[in-house]
Design a protein around this ligand. Structure first.
Ligand code: PAF
Length: 292
């Protein structure tokens, strides 16, 4: 695996990969990350490897997607350990740019995907999805992958990136080649996240309640035992009783992220964001469309 940190090195390495591809016929997959890799990221890499000939991973802790009071400085950085994990998975190229390379002096452009970025996490983290869209569009332009992989744990992020790709007619990757990969969970159910390492062992034990509450709400909506509004309020109360500060529990159309009051004939999704101690956790689960 080659690790590169300048645009010139990236272009040279990509040209080499594409040269090999031209000879053998091959596709390039991109797995964008902010590092501090866990099994969730490695699952993205494995999916990418199964569907492309060369996997390019990026590691970049993107300052533009962190709010002023968020954990940019504390965010775990472990490039050497991450590179070893990626190499062991057979990644061909690691793109690990410096902040000055991504955002040189004079950088003034902002990519904003209106509406879909505004609610849910966007309401609590103003500007967050502009930062995500801006960096992901840059990564797409820099690498020009045939296909790209993102975790469904960040469900709103995936929807924002797909809306951007659709609206801007991206071709590398095309919106249909932006693949969401199901959330990978700890044995006790918590969705894997680089931020889970901020949790104490007591908080970790308590955090197991989050996916259980979400699954119970999803099942009771799907089975028609509770209305969406009842299920949301029961879930929020349960989480609060268990020491969480709830940011939101919401049921949305899985494609548009529009809030739903009743299940329709399209897939729905239940999403939650809640804090335990100083750590903000997010999770989401599918709700099948109403029958008949
Ligand atoms: O999900 C992440 O790790 C980041 O938001 C991403 C997509 C790499 C953009 O910085």
């Amino acid at each position: 695996m080659q690790t590169v940190n300048t645009l010139h090195m990236l272009r040279t390495a990509l040209a080499q990969l594409r040269g090999q591809s031209d000879a053998g016929g091959g596709r390039i997959a991109l797995v964008p990350t902010m590092g501090a890799l866990h099994e969730g990221h490695l699952t993205l890499v494995r999916r990418a490897k199964a569907e492309a000939d060369h996997v390019v991973a990026s590691i970049f802790v993107n300052p533009r997607q962190f709010g002023a009071n968020e954990d940019l400085d504390a965010y775990p950085r472990q490039l050497a350990a991450d590179a070893a994990l990626l190499e062991a998975e057979g990644v061909a190229l690691l793109w690990a740019p410096m902040v000055e390379t991504m955002y040189p002096a004079g950088f003034v452009t902002n990519v904003s995907v209106a509406s879909i970025s505004d609610g849910l996490c966007g309401a609590a983290r103003p500007g967050h999805f502009d930062g995500v869209a801006t960096v992901v569009l840059k990564l797409f332009n820099q690498v020009a992958p045939d296909i790209a992989f993102f975790g469904e744990k960040d469900f709103q992020q995936l929807a924002v990136i797909r809306a951007m790709a659709r609206d801007l007619d991206l071709t590398r990757p095309h919106v249909d080649s932006i693949i969401g990969v199901p959330t990978v969970r700890e044995a006790y159910g918590l969705a894997m996240s680089s931020r889970n390492r901020y949790l104490s062992s007591e908080q970790r034990a308590a955090a197991a309640i989050l996916p259980q509450t979400l699954a119970a709400a999803a099942q009771s909506i799907q089975a028609g035992l509770q209305t969406i509004s009842e299920a949301k309020s029961v879930a929020a109360d349960d989480l609060q009783r268990n020491g969480f500060q709830v940011d939101y529990v919401e049921v949305v159309d899985a494609g548009t992220l529009a809030p739903l009051e009743t299940l329709g004939d399209r897939p729905a999704r239940i999403l939650v964001a809640a804090r335990i101690g100083g750590t903000r956790l997010i999770d989401n689960m599918a709700i099948a469309p109403a029958r008949g």
